[in-house]
Design a protein around this ligand. Structure first.
Ligand code: AHG
Ligand code: MN
Ligand code: MN
Length: 336
């Protein structure tokens, strides 16, 4: 039987690991359930009272949207019901969420997540996402999780993925054996396999960055952007700037077509804006598993950065390998 739903693919792949107890599989299936629920709400957001601000500011100092909180609650309860996750670090919660019921406390995994990525786009009907990263805990099962369970470098990730609530709802994940994509068929409520093993072009013509921050970018980034706007003699065409403002959407387009996404240091965000644990690491893992590259712009692989805080921000250069290399070349050449 050709596996083509998410559950079938996960179960089929799990059988390749005789020692696997199915925990990770079950967690991914529970995440997919929450994704279906959030997708349904997003697709009728204009009808029910789930748009707009929740009159609440999160730890990032950002105005929480109602859908941020709704998505956060849905993913927390779905992950908790898997019974194998001992704790969660969420963008929407100041500190780690300790799942301390009998089942969860003995769980072997923890999850870092951005329940709703691209919040500023919710009210204008532009695609948004959910990003998740799954680690095996480092502390003893049966005890309460500690911050050290979450402060692991991305190279220790057991799995990572995202949901993209776009013209269709897609789910991508990796466990280190390639990046696989599924598309939700709402008529049957199943994620259907769309690409068993994605490969991203090693070069491209699309660059994604918030050009509005140009004057506060490091010199190397400014020079790279000027280079990108010159006509390429080989192809007689310049690059194209494509920027949606939802990391998942910008990254997904570039993954398929080739391109680079850059969120560098700015005056407002001297370490970049994106968070290492639940935005940069999972996106970097998916990129590398599809043959792409992800660094902090200074030659440091995102997945090798040792986190020191659960909401830590790092600069992110991610996408086609040759484009990341070219952007880094400009950073080296035009060091501030
Ligand atoms: P979130 O909605 O989870 O806070 O993430 C928003 C992030 C990311 O999705 C996007 O790439 C970036 O913010 C856009 O930032 P600017 O609006 O500063 O360009
Ligand atoms: Mn985000
Ligand atoms: Mn978010």
């Amino acid at each position: 039987m050709v596996a083509n739903t998410l559950d079938e693919v996960i179960i089929q792949r799990q059988s390749a690991f005789p020692y696997a107890k199915g925990d990770l599989s079950r967690m991914l299936m529970h995440i997919a359930i929450a994704a279906k629920i959030v997708s349904r709400e997003i697709n009728k957001a204009g009808i029910i009272d789930i748009l707009g601000e929740a009159n609440n500011v999160n730890v990032q100092g950002e105005e929480q949207q109602k859908l941020d909180i709704y998505a956060n609650n849905q993913f927390i309860s779905a992950i908790k019901s898997s019974g194998i996750c001992a704790g969660i670090a969420s963008e929407e919660d100041d500190d780690i969420i300790i799942l301390d019921d009998e089942l969860s406390r003995n769980g072997h995994y923890v999850v870092c997540m951005d329940p709703l990525d691209g919040s500023s786009n919710i009210d204008v009907n532009v695609s948004v996402g959910t990003i998740f990263a799954i680690y095996r805990r480092v502390t003893e099962p049966g005890t309460k999780v500690q911050r050290e369970d979450f402060l692991q470098p991305g190279n220790k990730l057991a799995a990572a993925g995202y949901v993209l609530y776009g013209s269709s709802t897609m789910l991508l994940y990796t466990t280190g054996l390639g990046t696989t994509s599924f598309t939700l068929d709402p008529s049957i409520g199943e994620f259907i396999l769309t690409d068993e093993r994605m490969t991203t072009p090693d070069d491209g013509k699309i660059y994604s960055i918030n050009q509005g921050n140009f004057h506060s970018f490091p010199r190397g980034v400014k020079e790279y952007l000027i280079y990108s706007q010159e006509t390429d003699k080989a192809t007689n065409r310049p690059h194209s700037l494509r920027y949606i403002g939802s990391l998942v959407s910008d990254f997904h387009r570039n993954l398929l077509k080739g391109g680079i996404f850059i969120y560098p240091e700015t005056e407002k965000n001297p370490n970049g804006k994106l968070r290492l644990l639940y935005e940069c690491n999972p996106i970097a893992f998916l990129a590398e598993q599809a043959g792409g590259k992800a660094t902090d712009g200074q030659g440091n692989r995102i997945l090798d950065i040792q986190p020191t805080d659960i909401h830590q921000r790092v600069p992110l250069y991610v996408g086609s390998k040759k484009m990341v290399d070219k952007a880094e070349e400009f950073n080296r050449k035009f060091k501030d």
